[in-house]
Design a binder for this molecule. Structure first.
Ligand code: 5GP
Ligand code: MN
Ligand code: MN
Length: 445
């Protein structure tokens, strides 16, 4: 029996809440985050709520939170979050990591010169309105037709890089205006491009020890942000129309069958498609310059998936097979036999996890942690982490931030120990670490 904490339904709670964490990780979780998770269970129509070991405080639903709702139950923009389809992509290079030894600083400069990154930084591509709508509607599958990606671009990507049921007409004008110049850009802060070496791997993965891989972390930029902001505000404003009371204002929701809920989901899928396409375009953009440096290298997608998204899925909940809307906020879908990319921090290891296909896989709504998770808030990190301690925690890793700001709030010291999070997942029978990736060069947004 894998470990998890069960909080039985009491008072207004509609269902139990399960938290998948070791004792050590559990002790580190702030009450505010846990209370946010418990609040989610009070929404009428919620059928299951699950927390991951990287749980920390978020907007409405905590990061590391998963909420399943019946089809006529809540649809909550805040429970998906601002960076819709923020996600991770892992790219193989066909190179050995020792080929970049002695050139790390040079390659870091190449990355900062090549990857459009930083707050508000635009893209080098100019999309017409109609091309942009194609991307919103069809994600990665729109790119080959626009001459921006090879025909098989969706291969090895979750959902083939495309969520059906997206309608660009549901996306607020302001979101389109912000997004159109940002498609093919990394963004700021926590987003990154990182060169890593495969430090260890098991036979269940095609990776080789010593291989050089590239991990990319970004999402839907200003477009997703505006979609969340706009619809979250609408949900608050329309509470009286549907006679709803929210346990927390940022958990505001629309009733499942309402027209507003449908509009939000159609817009959210557009943002998801933007993000899948954004990660693909960033990879293609980098590939051009990369091949000038390493002509023998081929960039090949290993896997790409979302960690902020709502999806209709079928799960067995309390013994009954049910169609539900799963909100995952800072949590990754890991179906049986599936792969999960689990970043740690810019100074520690990241992992490729594989499903343990256990009873807990179902209980977790097929979810795992999306990373190490924050140990402290950005403000707290900037206040308490000294530059010296931060440098020490980075070891030999070469890093820079395109925003040019000090990045103490992104320091490895601001995040939980990834090894604790991974061992929580393994002890809970959810995922085991099939490969361990070590950072060499990091460009932060
Ligand atoms: P989030 O999407 O919540 O901002 O971040 C996802 C996870 O990525 C974090 O919980 C953290 O564990 C991890 N992470 C943040 N920055 C970096 C980085 O620069 N490199 C790597 N490998 N992981 C990071
Ligand atoms: Mn993000
Ligand atoms: Mn993210």
């Amino acid at each position: 029996m894998g470990i998890f904490y069960n909080f039985p339904a009491e008072k207004d709670m509609q269902c139990d809440v399960k938290l998948f964490a070791s004792e050590k990780i559990y002790d580190e979780i702030e009450d505010t985050a846990l209370n946010q998770l418990l609040s989610a269970a009070t929404l009428p129509g919620v059928t299951a709520v699950v927390g991951m070991p990287d749980l920390h405080q978020g907007y409405g639903l905590p990061i590391g939170g998963v909420m399943a709702c019946s089809t006529d139950g809540p649809v909550s923009p805040g429970a998906v979050g601002f960076d819709i389809n923020c996600g991770v992509r892992l790219i193989r290079t066909g190179m050995q990591a020792d080929e970049i030894e002695g050139r790390r600083q040079e390659i870091l400069r190449m990355l900062s010169g090549t990857v459009p990154a930083g707050l508000g930084e635009g893209s080098s591509l100019n999309f017409s309105r109609s091309e942009f709508r194609e991307v919103l509607a069809y994600g990665v599958s729109a790119l080959p037709g626009l001459g921006l990606a090879p025909a098989d671009a969706g291969q090895n990507c979750e959902n083939e890089g495309f969520m059906a049921g997206a309608d660009p007409d549901s996306v607020p004008g302001k979101a389109v205006n912000r997004g159109i110049d940002q498609l093919n850009s990394l963004g700021s802060g926590n987003h990154f491009v990182e060169l890593q070496v495969v430090a260890s791997t098991d036979d269940n993965l095609p990776l080789n020890e010593g291989e050089l891989v590239i991990m990319l972390h970004t999402g839907s930029r200003g477009l997703g942000h505006e979609v969340c902001k706009n619809y979250s505000q609408q949900a608050k404003d329309k509470a009286h129309k549907y006679n709803l009371k929210f346990p927390r204002k940022n958990l505001a929701y629309f009733p499942g069958q309402s027209s507003e809920a449908e509009h939000y989901l159609k817009a959210m899928r557009c943002a998801a498609n933007f993000a899948y396409a954004n990660r693909e375009l960033l990879m293609r953009n980098l590939e051009e310059t990369w091949r000038e440096y390493f002509p023998h290298s081929r960039l090949e997608l290993f896997y790409d998936h979302a960690h902020n998204i709502a999806r209709r899925e079928t799960h067995v909940i309390e013994g009954e097979e049910r169609e539900v809307l799963i909100h995952r906020k800072g949590a990754t879908h890991l179906p049986p036999d599936g792969i999960a990319l689990i970043p740690g921090s810019m100074g520690t290891a990241s992992y490729v996890g594989l499903s343990m296909n256990s009873e807990q896989t179902g209980l977790s709504l097929e979810s795992v942690a999306h990373g190490a998770g924050r140990k402290m808030s950005r403000t707290q990190a900037k206040k308490t982490i000294s530059y010296d301690r931060h440098r020490q925690s980075m070891g030999e890793v070469k890093s820079t931030s395109s925003s040019g700001e000090n990045i103490l709030d992104e320091s490895p010291l601001a995040y939980k120990e990834i090894s604790d999070v991974i061992s929580s997942l393994t002890r809970s029978n959810l995922a085991y670490p099939a490969a361990r990736l070590k950072p060499l060069v990091v460009l932060k947004g």
